[in-house]
Design a protein around this ligand. Sequence first.
Ligand code: PHE
Length: 340
Amino acid sequence: MLELLHKNKQQALSELQRAADSTALKEWRSRHLGKESALMQALGSLGSLPAAERPDIGRRANEIRRSLKAACQQRADELRRAELDATPAAVLDVTLPGRPVQRGRLHIATQTLRRIYAIWAEMGFQVYRSPDVETDEYNFELLNIPAHHPARDMWDTFHADTPGVILRTHTSPGQIHAMREYCPEPIRVILPGMCYRYEQITARSEIQFNQVEGLAVGKNIRFTDLKGTLSDFARRMFGASTGTRFRASHFPFTEPSAEMDIECFLCSGDGCSVCKHTGWLEILGCGMVHPTVLQNGGYDPREFTGFAFGMGPERIAMLKYGIEDIRYFWGNDLRFLEQF
Ligand code: PHE
């Protein structure tokens, strides 16, 4: 009997080495340790053995059972390890540093816009939204730019199929919307938004870009208010010691009109490639609201005056960060966007 059990054990152990996966192992377990196995049968039939042999055989049979169980467990561990080694997870090295998390961020144009909003909010200007899709009337006529006026060339236009409907070429039509809504109250608003021009796309000009328009209307507003307010904006935006200058210019909806330059913040006015060795950077167009435009907005120009200005946040960001090509803004190249 003992000899038989011993032989079975040797057989079982050599079979165990051949069990190559968990199913084979399960079969092995039921064959050698299950109810029907020779070993369990022997243990079950101890009672029918002569009393003198019983303790010895019982003890040995239990020993065999324990060692088979242990061998089975060991084989199961081996198989599990082999399985893990074979999966790609085996290349996981938990001691390596973690991968950096990709963080989203605001577009550089949005960041610049928000900075501009914050500065104007501090100075008491609230944001006024006006539509991107405009009429010829608002975009041109009411701004003192009649059909065939040569100044229309400044704003090459996208026309919709419906006659008279266009994409705004600048944010100035918002001036009329704001005036017609607030008249006869005084106004202090900025009008930000996308503008569209039917132009050749180059490093310097895009067919879409943001503008931030500003409008102040009230009594006794003068050109000195315009100069003071815009110079203050420049100092808040570009630094407390930023110098400004106003050059005479022309816009049909302002009179007089000007362009504001700021002292080049790269060379502090000494002259460099960014300011094309002039020491100055052009930042915005501005002027006193033309009496005709005030009238079109509902205000009596004998009683009310105002100033308006328009700046390009992309252009400001380009100057500030040394961005050489405006096409990067809407190109959606992450290598560009991730830098800000
Ligand atoms: N609308 C002008 C432009 O697009 C800018 C401007 C706005 C000038 C307001 C004067 C006053 O060029």
